[in-house]
Design a binder for this molecule. Structure first.
Ligand code: SF4
Length: 164
């Protein structure tokens, strides 16, 4: 069976969603509805276009760059995303970041979300909070959001933040 993701857009060679020049893939759908969200048009689960995992792998491989998933909340499409991240890791070995409106503590309790997250290098967690907004923060919009080094966190069983 062909697997698909609903994609809002793909930005090639961006430096705003993680270190280095990356391929950022913005996925459709978000149920968090944070007040002050920068992208409320991304909330529609049926938004964007359907792309097969093969099509996305082709774009990612062509760019030869690390990958970031944003949105929307990419974890709104956990099953196909888990399969895509698995392919990126096994076929290309690229660094993968993902943004989500869930907290790490919430993700940990959901096996379906952990299927995606356990494969990541970095999870940028938590909903955007407008009263904690700070435009000077690197790779995040509000102070409550955390750049989590997923592999170190899982290895040490202790939440470990990512440092450049
Ligand atoms: S999680 Fe992100 S996309 Fe979703 S409402 Fe919050 S800021 Fe917007």
């Amino acid at each position: 069976m062909t697997e698909n993701l609903r994609v809002l857009h793909v930005v090639e060679g961006t430096s705003v969603d993680g270190p280095g020049l990356r391929t950022s893939i913005y996925l459709a759908g978000c149920n968090h509805h944070c007040p002050g969200c920068h992208n409320p048009e991304s909330w529609n689960m049926g938004g964007g276009d359907t792309r097969t995992l093969d099509e996305l792998m082709e774009v990612i491989a062509y760019n030869e760059a690390p990958v970031t998933f944003s949105g929307g909340d990419p974890l709104a499409q956990p099953k196909p995303l888990a399969h895509l991240v698995k392919r990126i890791k096994s076929e290309l070995g690229y660094n993968v970041w993902c943004y989500t409106g869930y907290t790490w503590e919430q993700v940990k309790k959901e096996p379906q979300l952990m299927e995606v997250v356990s494969q990541l290098d970095v999870l940028v967690d938590s909903p955007f909070k407008i009263d904690e907004r700070d435009t000077k923060l690197r790779f995040r919009g509000s102070h409550n959001q955390r750049l989590i080094d997923v592999q170190a966190t899982l290895k040490n069983d202790k939440l470990t933040l990512w440092h450049d």
